[in-house]
Ligand binder design. Structure first.
Ligand SMILES: Cc1ncc(COP(=O)(O)O)c(C=O)c1O
Length: 382
């Protein structure tokens, strides 16, 4: 059977391994509280759900890849309020089916092997889709470690001129999954400048910009010059809408035009009723404020526990994740396994990339009650 060697070489998606381990523990009768994956378990706001139902028609034809004008206008209006910027809904925005598919396929529109633009850079530990998208586009993946001593930002000075020249895409993700670190606007300014000099795309995955606790994080959309810049955002985390699949790409009109040319072939426009629900979601901040307050309460519970237990919190300025140092003498995987035996599932940092060894990630997604239960368990175990 002809199966792509890229697919055959692929390791099991780390969370599949994690869920298999959890299933083995559950089979022994232990209830597992799942802090592993970042899938919000809170109900989606009723106004959004009602808009979805109201969007159903007798006949729903194929959704157009460019999306409903109302949705692009809602995104532009949101970005205007949130970042104080102007986006042209027709030339600078395209809706996506959540952001994962758009992140995965982006290398296919940017990589140009004939011209030697063969490299896709991304940071690790991190979301695995940047690398997989690069591999399936037959590009050269370049993993850049996120180290605490650099504030969990990639070390741009460590990249040589030859590599800059070969870059097609440079992925960054702030607020960062898994470290919870944020990037200052100056970081985007420097990288966007390099993107123009060396002619690559600065692809900024901003899935977590709305989950903050102190001050709203910056966006690459705030750059005065967005040439060679593409920003990916989503309703998944901001509005607890992972199951709806709704996001957008915004930025350089030339890139948006390329996406509009590419996307009809793969058929990844969100369903029209999802787009109508999304208009409501981007238009309302009340539910987002409630969501932030909820994560802040859960976060405080754990910060208090880890403070008492001497577990060091690293990064963790924003996002739904806490990034924590594994106690000395234990590996990330061994530590996570130990917690799992007691019914608390966390992600070993090493599952998210080699530079994640020595850390573990806690996704604050279970209910407040479950968080309180996990704190009681960890109070005994740690
Ligand atoms: C860093 C990052 N980017 C993108 C996504 C994709 O989100 P979605 O496809 O639900 O929009 C996730 C999901 O966990 C993520 O962690």
């Amino acid at each position: 059977m002809p199966i792509s060697p890229v697919l055959e070489r692929q390791a099991t998606y780390p969370f599949v391994r994690l869920n298999e381990a959890a299933a083995r523990v559950e089979a022994r009768g232990v209830t597992v509280l799942d802090f592993g994956m970042g899938d919000p378990m809170e109900p989606t706001d009723p106004l959004i759900r009602e808009a979805l139902v109201a969007g159903l028609r007798d006949r729903m034809g194929y959704p157009a890849a460019v999306g409903l004008p109302e949705l692009r206008e809602a995104v532009a209006a949101w970005a205007g309020r949130r970042f104080g910027i102007e986006l042209d809904p027709d030339r600078e925005i395209v809706p996506t089916l959540g952001s994962k598919e758009a992140i995965f396929s982006f290398a296919q529109i940017a990589v140009d092997l004939e011209r030697g633009k063969d490299t896709v850079a991304y940071t690790e530990p991190g979301y695995p889709v940047y690398e997989r998208g690069a591999l399936f586009a037959h590009a050269r993946p370049l993993a850049l470690p996120l180290l605490e001593e650099h504030g969990f930002l990639p070390d741009l000075d460590a990249i040589d001129v030859d590599t800059w020249g070969r870059l097609a895409v440079f992925w960054v993700n702030y607020p960062n999954n898994p470290t919870g670190a944020v990037a200052p606007l100056a970081f985007y300014e420097r990288l966007a400048q390099l993107a123009r000099v060396h002619d690559f795309v600065l692809a900024s995955d901003e899935a977590y910009t709305e989950l903050w606790f102190v001050e709203p994080p910056a966006s690459a959309l705030q750059l005065a010059d967005r040439t060679n810049v593409a920003v990916f955002n989503t309703l998944s985390k901001r509005s607890s809408m992972t199951g709806y699949r709704s996001g957008f790409v915004a930025g350089d009109p030339e890139l948006v035009a390329a996406l509009k040319a590419f996307r009809p072939t793969i058929g990844t426009a969100p369903q029209e009723f999802v787009q109508r629900a999304s208009v409501v979601a981007w238009g309302d901040e009340t539910h987002v404020e409630r969501t932030r307050a909820l994560y802040a309460r859960k976060r405080a519970l754990f910060l208090d526990l880890f403070g008492r237990k001497g577990i060091r919190v690293a990064g963790s300025e924003a996002t739904m994740y806490l990034w924590l140092e594994v106690p000395a003498a234990e590996s990330s995987e061994g530590f996570a396994q130990r917690l799992l035996e007691h019914g608390v599932l966390v992600a070993p940092g090493s599952y998210l990339g080699a530079a994640g060894e020595g850390y573990f990630r806690l996704a604050l997604v279970p209910s407040e009650e479950e968080c309180a239960r996990a704190v009681e368990i960890l109070q005994e175990v740690l």
